[in-house]
Ligand binder design. Structure first.
Ligand code: BG6
Length: 471
């Protein structure tokens, strides 16, 4: 700690109004009761259809049960020092058929959650879509069908009308590229297609839907607030500076970052991406007015989810032209010797990536207001670190601290970064990985539903209270 005049300044001191918090999503935390009126989402459906695709056969019905425990959970969230908290609304809970009738029980539930957060001085950040398409809409083609864009616009407007008087930070989508990759390219989300043309259409409709919601939000001037999108950015690093590696890395950047980043923040698609989709005959069907809609309705704020970088090298083998087109036709992934890994998840840990993203936003994206909306470390069998009733997750403290140092540096260099949210608040159910990896500041015993703050939860409480740390 250094003395700056009379004020003691920490080595990694963040601004007074920095957002400290964590992120969650409806499907992963809420749980479902028989009488709650929720409609089915693709996750409920997929689990019923193919339970063996889920780790240990555990589906989304078995969660940390926030639907029943939110009052106590929010007290704990306050206890670990959060001033902000991200949750998503479940579209199929609020509007069970995707369009039409609103479920009053859902309205009461979300109203209570928001009120409870505000009463505890925690600002809610609401995300409208976190991978959980209502099944009724998936049955008409989901994001492949333009009608889903209209249904989403109606849903967004309904949510703004219902909760907009209390909430001023909104997000249209979390990681919109994940349903594209998982559902339409690499078979890890429903509807498990491998179809690049459909993937491009789904991605395009998602961007149009986001722009529609932003337009409505600004027309309504919801709570004089801000609306953004949350993107998982994976900075792309070439194996070498030779032209072929650089070209491969640029292509990966186009597919996995700029495909959503450019239209969301700059209002236009990158030329390189347009050329590729034209070349392969997979350009999306568009409507008159879309271009202006996307151009005129860019985000106010960007959430950045960062877990891992992407290492890329030039393609070594020519892809089979008769096989289905995949982005991988343009690059090979590359395993960097000596890389640091989170072996549990199989993800590289590269803390400087978070800085590179923030500086890229500063230099190439108008220094848009941003915050780290997810960053975190999933670990298996955490109960083996239990000592004196507390999980000693020093590895997680280390992980967060090292990333925060780079966030601090980016901020000091002028990046417009306003906060840090970890994934996640309390251990929760994760898509097909179920409870394999635990990510929370708070541990949850799924059998008893008992919650205990981990060592990292105490640590983040101190960091957020002091707005920083020394070492
Ligand atoms: C993020 C998602 O990409 O990663 C979360 O927004 C997810 O929903 C998190 O849980 C961690 O990934 P996983 O697959 O290990 O749970």
């Amino acid at each position: 700690m250094e003395s700056g005049g009379n004020i003691m300044v920490l080595k990694y001191q963040f601004p007074e109004d920095f957002w400290w918090g964590s992120a969650t999503s409806a499907t992963q935390i809420e749980g479902t009761k028989d009488n709650d009126g929720k409609g089915k989402s693709i996750w409920d459906h997929w689990y019923e259809a193919e339970p063996n695709r889920f780790y240990q056969g555990v589906g989304p019905g078995v969660t940390s049960n926030f639907q029943d425990t939110y009052r106590e959970d929010i007290k704990m969230i306050r206890e670990i020092g959060h001033n902000t908290f991200r949750l998503s609304l479940s579209w199929s809970r609020l509007i069970p058929e995707g369009t039409g009738e609103v479920n009053r029980k859902a309205v009461d539930f979300y109203n209570d959650v928001i009120d409870e957060l505000l009463a505890n001085d925690i600002e809610p950040f609401i995300n409208l879509f976190h991978f959980d398409m209502p099944m009724a809409l998936q049955e008409i083609g989901g994001w492949e069908n333009r009608e889903t864009v209209d249904a989403y616009a109606e849903y967004a407007k309904t949510a703004f009308e219902l909760f907009g008087d209390k909430v001023s930070k909104w997000f249209t989508f979390n990681e919109p590229i994940v349903p594209v990759e998982g559902g339409y390219l690499y078979d890890f989300h429903y509807p498990n297609k491998v179809d690049a043309k459909a993937a491009v259409q789904v991605a395009y409709h998602t961007t149009v839907a986001s722009a529609r919601a932003i337009e409505i939000f600004h027309q309504m001037d919801v709570n004089h607030g801000k609306i953004g999108i949350i993107l998982n950015l994976t900075p792309s690093y070439p194996r070498s500076q030779n032209p072929a590696d650089l070209k491969a890395s640029e292509a990966a950047d186009l597919f996995f970052n700029r495909s959503f980043l450019d239209p969301s923040v700059l209002g236009v698609y990158p030329d390189g991406l347009k050329e590729i989709v034209e070349l392969h005959g997979i350009a999306p069907v568009t409507e008159a007015g879309d271009e202006a809609l996307i151009r005129d309705n860019t985000v106010d704020i960007l959430g950045v989810n960062y877990y891992q970088p992407r290492r890329v090298k030039a393609k070594e083998h020519v892809p089979n032209p008769d096989g289905p087109f995949l982005p991988d036709w343009y690059f090979d992934n590359y395993v960097m010797p000596g890389r640091k890994m989170n072996e549990y998840r199989g993800w590289e840990i590269y803390e400087k990536g978070i800085y590179d993203i923030l500086i890229n936003l500063k230099e190439n994206y108008g220094n848009i207001e941003s915050f780290i909306s997810e960053n975190g470390m999933g670990v298996q069998n955490e109960s083996r670190f239990l000592k004196n009733g507390e999980i000693q997750d020093d590895y997680r403290i280390e992980f967060v601290k090292e990333h925060l140092k780079w966030v601090h540096k980016a901020h000091a260099e002028g990046a417009n970064v306003l906060g840090y949210h970890m994934w996640t608040t309390m251990d929760n159910w994760s898509w097909s990985n179920a409870y394999k990896n635990r990510y929370g500041f708070i541990s949850v015993d799924i059998e008893t539903q008992e919650r205990t703050i981990k060592k990292s939860g105490r640590w983040i409480r101190d960091v957020s209270r002091e707005n920083g740390f020394d070492e």
